[in-house]
Design a protein around this ligand. Structure first.
Ligand code: FNR
Length: 196
């Protein structure tokens, strides 16, 4: 179903990918989410925020309350967003280092994640990333992110037929439909959280 009520102002979503691999399937999920949003989730805009330029977390790099330029830029983009869409693989049953690093930088005072709505999608090996999703939710408790609980969304990259092409593009229509439902839930929850 298309959304008939278009929220004003438009909800801005910062999309963060836990994989920095060129053909990342998780970045493919974000590309697909951007397309779906443009086509059929009116009133919401998704922007991919690249975490790869961030240095490894090190508080020695904070000088007189200032962060390195790449960190400042990242923090400003998170701050300007109404909500967050995380797309991440699972590494050894948890969140991968590029994602944890980004979360840690943006959590330094003042914590720019606070009070934002968030959704998690994942593409990974056997588990589809569900264990990493749970760890991310746990981290969210401390940084004051508010995650939607449902619909749950995870893709097992090994399952046939393949849901992604060799460049990491999502090609499966049913998975795209499920992704759209996540985006609609995130939109509704963001509006609720903001009292709109
Ligand atoms: C993995 N992978 C993985 N998968 C899984 O389901 N559970 C896991 O614990 C792990 N652990 C793990 C550790 C390390 C170091 C790597 C490199 C990989 C597989 C991984 O989630 C899978 O390859 C994803 O598809 C990678 O996501 P992108 O890069 O395609 O977005």
């Amino acid at each position: 179903m298309e959304d008939t009520v278009v929220p004003s102002p438009v909800i801005k979503v910062a999309a963060i990918c836990g994989s920095i691999r060129k053909a990342s399937t998780n970045r493919g999920l974000i590309r697909s989410a951007i397309e779906i949003c443009e086509e059929s989730v009116k009133g919401m805009q998704i922007e991919l925020i690249d975490v790869s330029p961030l240095p490894m977390i090190n508080t020695d790099l904070e000088v007189e309350g200032r962060f390195p330029p790449a960190v400042e830029e990242f923090r400003q983009k998170v701050l300007a967003a109404d909500s967050i869409l995380f797309a991440s693989p699972e590494y050894n049953y948890s969140v991968p280092p590029p994602l944890k690093n980004a979360i840690d930088w943006a959590s330094r005072p003042p914590n720019v994640w606070a009070d934002k709505a968030a959704a998690i999608v994942s593409s990974a090996g056997g588990s589809g990333g569900r264990r990493a999703q749970h760890h991310l939710r746990q981290i969210g408790v401390f940084v004051d992110l508010h995650f939607i609980n449902k619909p749950e969304f995870s893709v097992n990259v090994h399952e046939l037929p393949k849901k992604f092409d060799s460049e990491g593009n999502l090609v499966d229509p049913k998975t795209k439909e499920k992704l759209k439902q996540v985006l609609q839930a995130l939109q509704r929850f963001t509006l609720r959280l903001q009292g709109r």
